[in-house]
Design a protein around this ligand. Structure first.
Ligand SMILES: *Cc1c(COP(=O)(O)O)cnc(C)c1O
Length: 425
């Protein structure tokens, strides 16, 4: 790693001199002040990812609803709320976070296969924009709950276009064997059912085919399938006010080359125009692509442990902080904050948790010593929001960098915090 090199996919996270920076802040100083593991996010990187979508939709009626499960920390939500975004939520807890961060409930859409009656009530009370309903049984329950509150719930049906997003099976959601959505063949019947229920008002159609998608073909195929359904449902006399294409656009973890959001939408909008739907109200639910490349996780090298078959670099971050490698064999680039010159050794980078699945990177050539601090890149999405207290490890602190300012947006959890709600008998 040489001085002044921007790392792929994240121009706001780069070496200046021989020090890795997030915007105008040197990460080694943050690590000294705040300790490690430490998540650091670039506000400019998030806003620039959002701007690519905004450019793509210039002149169209489109709402961007940040899929907040990617990173639901309050200050991150605040950044997107202030930039005009709505939110895609998947639980009542996420709705509470949107409200706490100052988000507008009218711009919230509620996705997920297992909404409880309590969550439906909570969402109807604050007047969310739309429920994305995923089964016929859920339609009945939602209607019942809305009628009991003398309300009508705005609904969109999540349809399953049966296209292969060619991503990891755990993050592919639009195939027939997935638990998500209503099968294409059953969609018209479900729409008729929804339109007949007193507590529901049909407003849209929705699909979300998977995550970390790096090719535009599955999106274009899914769009054709969804537009076929819009035509079918509308010719049955049920108007579809908005079309929601979900999220799923991939980011650069390891030389991945997903399309830019504006380029992808230029293709999708051309198709919408060609089929006569270009002026419809559009919605999207991006998560990873808004925050993934905007964050890093800093971790200190504790021990180097040479072995006969493998050398281990044991660091103070673990699978409870960075769960993606353990969950999906996912890749994060790992770089030193201050590179040393020389060739290095091939290591498996592992955490202190008592599981063999607790690894962060495998077979990485690095020149490091105990006490060095490393940055795990592309750690803005599905890291802190999936973090746990396994092994009674308090969750990391989080910093939001804005220019030369570093704001502490989450304090490090103490051991006491991790058991504060427990009681002895
Ligand atoms: C997770 C999810 C998203 C966001 O997916 P990304 O890959 O992070 O963009 C959008 N919509 C729904 C329904 C989801 O479950």
């Amino acid at each position: 790693m040489t001085a002044n090199t921007a790392l792929p996919g994240q121009p706001q996270i780069a070496y200046a001199g021989d020090q890795l920076h997030v915007e105008g802040v040197a990460l080694s100083q943050l690590a000294r002040e705040q300790g490690t593991p430490l998540f650091v996010y670039s506000k400019a990187a998030m806003l620039s990812a959002l701007a690519a979508y905004q450019r793509g939709f210039a002149g169209r009626q489109a709402h961007i609803c940040y899929a907040m499960k990617a990173n639901s920390s309050l200050a991150i939500l605040q950044v997107f709320a202030e930039a005009g975004c709505g939110f895609d939520i998947v639980s009542g807890g996420e709705l509470a976070r949107v409200l706490a961060a100052g988000g507008d409930p009218a711009k919230v859409i509620f996705s997920g296969v297992g909404k409880t009656r309590h969550e439906m009530k909570q969402a109807l009370q604050v007047g969310i924009g739309c429920f994305n309903v995923e089964s016929e049984a859920e339609l009945d329950v939602l209607s019942e709950v809305a009628v009991s509150m003398s309300k009508q719930a705005p609904v969109s049906l999540r349809v399953n276009p049966n296209v292969d997003p060619k991503t990891h099976p755990y993050i592919s959601t639009g195939l027939k064997g997935n638990k998500f959505g209503i099968a294409h063949e059953e969609a018209l019947r479900a729409y008729r059912h929804a339109a007949s229920l007193p507590g529901l008002k049909v407003v849209g159609i929705d699909c979300h085919i998977g995550s970390q998608i790096t090719d535009s073909t599955p999106y274009l195929d899914a769009m054709d399938r969804v537009l076929d359904l819009v035509a079918e449902v509308e010719s049955a006399g049920i108007p579809i006010h908005h079309i929601d294409f979900g999220g799923g656009l991939g980011i650069n973890y390891n030389g991945d080359t997903p399309p830019e959001a504006d380029a992808l939408w230029a293709q999708l909008l051309a198709k919408l125009d060609a089929r006569g739907y270009g002026q419809r109200q559009l919605m999207i639910e991006p998560g990873r692509s808004l925050v993934g490349n905007a964050g890093v996780c800093l971790t200190e090298v504790l021990y180097l442990k040479p072995g006969e078959q493998k050398n281990f670099c044991i660091v103070d971050a673990a699978m409870n902080d960075l769960p993606r490698p353990a969950m999906y064999q996912a890749f994060h680039q790992i770089v030193p904050l201050q590179p040393r010159s020389g060739d290095g050794v091939v290591y498996d980078v592992v955490g202190p948790v008592c599981e063999s699945g607790d690894w962060i990177g495998r077979d990485r050539q690095m020149l490091v010593q105990a006490g060095d601090v490393l940055a795990v890149l592309s750690a803005g999405a599905y890291c802190m929001s999936m973090a746990s207290n396994y092994n009674t490890r308090g969750r990391a602190a989080e910093i939001l960098v804005d220019g030369t300012k570093a704001h502490l947006i989450r304090q490090r959890e103490s051991a006491f915090d991790t058991f504060a709600l427990e009681q002895l008998v």
